[in-house]
Design a protein around this ligand. Sequence first.
Ligand SMILES: O=C(O)CCC(=O)C(=O)O
Ligand SMILES: [Fe+2]
Length: 366
Amino acid sequence: MITAAPKTGCMRTMLKLFFITKFKQLCHYNNNPMRFHSTSYIQPSSAKHSLIPILDLTNSYRFSTDRIELAHEIDEICKNIGFFIITGHSISEKIQDDMMKVSKQFFDLPLPLKKEISGSKDYPYGYNGLNDENLSRGYGKSSSSSLADIKESFSIGPYNEDPIRWPTKPENMSTIWLQYYKECERLAQHLYNIFALALNLDLNWFDQKIDTHRSALRSLHYPSVSLPLIDNQFRSSVHTDYGSFTILKQDSIGGLQVENRLDGKWIDVPFVQNSFVINLGDLMSRWTNDRWVSTPHRVIVPSQNSKDGFSVARQSIAYFSQINPNEIVTCIPTCCSVDKPVKYPPIKSWDLVMEKYLASTGKKIK
Ligand SMILES: O=C(O)CCC(=O)C(=O)O
Ligand SMILES: [Fe+2]
């Protein structure tokens, strides 16, 4: 339960907000709009849709007033762009580096070894090769690409459900992946707590919805290819993520872009050392009755990162946070009212996710 802050705490928070607002105004006029927390206080409305805010979580782990303040900021961001970058998240750089390294070793293996574990309708994880996926097919809008994404990936599901199918090499893959998965699980729990506050719910409202979650961890490799690409071909074609939200680690190569919903222009997601990109998925948007948005994004080959007519390879790691597979997704109580009637019929969370997954892998086209 959230308890009301004592009056002195209230005063302190108000004063703090006042000074933060003033500080942010200064930052803004110094042409540095990216490095502060909120989008809500000073930016013109178009900026709410065209900046990827950077949030430092450090104090939100320690002080409830900071958690509440952060929750307000996150609510604004999730209403407008649904993407933000977090620092101060408590996942060590060593664990992140190990995960990148072991994934690279896997992708460097000969194709038959990588294909030992392939995904199917019954096991939607394992290896997906260069022609296996077109994310925009699941997205199904006119801006979709008809060409496969130029990427390969390896994914796992939860460690406490069916046994995970591991490749035979590299040997330490399972240890490092499980460690990374569990760190993301912890970070996701913290984010759910903040999301609950942002939606005016009890801090622990999401706990029972995620205690048997079926989140997936996926490592992505975008190989070096000769340029120029065929028109309309992408490393990851335009899509929205399917589930609750994504915790993404990207390397410094660049190329991840988010669509500005107001003018359709593409916004680059900057690389920030030791950070994660958080973006909402379709399930969260539906669950909140569209109070929060699941924003289209894609990965292009950035022109500044090519060498001798070839693109430089890129790597990323995505943890797709899902809720319990049997949870019925129906409007979160604080997101619907007489003025905001429920928009969507109830649906089982796993059905929602699988529908899109199968469409993007061509196993079932919508
Ligand atoms: O690799 C990235 O930066 C983003 C990948 C992505 O959006 C996805 O797999 O859903
Ligand atoms: Fe995505």
